[in-house]
Design a protein around this ligand. Structure first.
Ligand code: ZN
Length: 185
């Protein structure tokens, strides 16, 4: 199943905008995860449900918007994550203000933290195999919280570790986009 989804995305998703190192707390070794960008997921996209969203499709494929990819790259240029010093979700929650502030983090999650959350989902895809998409896909809209249906979202935020962008993997289009916005053109 993971293999099938990955093969499908590789065929129709174009080239990944970059690859990242990721794993969950319980995994010993780092995995390479492909991040695909599409304008349908940009913040100003008119696609319902998709605008501003990230989706983990399998144990090694995550879909994001081009604007998110650019934010993440900018963050990583300023303050790169590494496998020795991975980014995790502060306080184990993207949206719980109390837990985030208690851990000394800002109230708003960074793009790198959101990617760490998605990497938590790649660990679930690995564990659950064929059950991942129908099971997690159906509850992911409920987001984090204290109820049983929040389990997969909470677990993704608690377990995901983002170990940095794989060197040399940033696609030319994203490099160009970043340069264009930096130059103000
Ligand atoms: Zn999620």
């Amino acid at each position: 199943m993971n293999w099938l989804v990955t093969a499908w995305l590789r065929r129709f998703g174009g080239t990944p905008c970059f690859r990242v190192y990721g794993k969950t707390h319980s995994e010993a070794s780092w995995r390479e995860i492909e991040v695909y960008a599409t304008h349908r997921r940009d913040m100003d996209s008119r696609w319902p449900f998709l605008s501003g969203s990230c989706t983990t499709w399998s144990d090694c494929v995550v879909s994001v918007g081009w604007d998110f990819a650019e934010d993440l790259l900018r963050e990583q240029i300023e303050n790169p994550a590494s496998r020795e010093h991975p980014v995790v979700v502060a306080g184990g929650r993207l949206r719980d203000l109390t837990l985030r502030l208690a851990s000394g983090a800002s109230s708003v999650a960074s793009a790198s933290e959101i990617l760490a959350h998605e990497i938590g989902h790649t660990g679930q895809a690995r564990r659950l195999g064929v059950a991942y998409l129908p099971l997690v896909g159906s509850v992911t809209l409920f987001r984090e919280g204290p109820n049983w249906w929040n389990h997969f979202e909470n677990d993704a935020s608690e377990s995901g570790q983002f170990g940095g962008i794989v060197p040399g993997s940033v696609c030319p289009r994203l490099q160009h986009l970043l340069k264009q916005h930096r130059d103000g053109s």
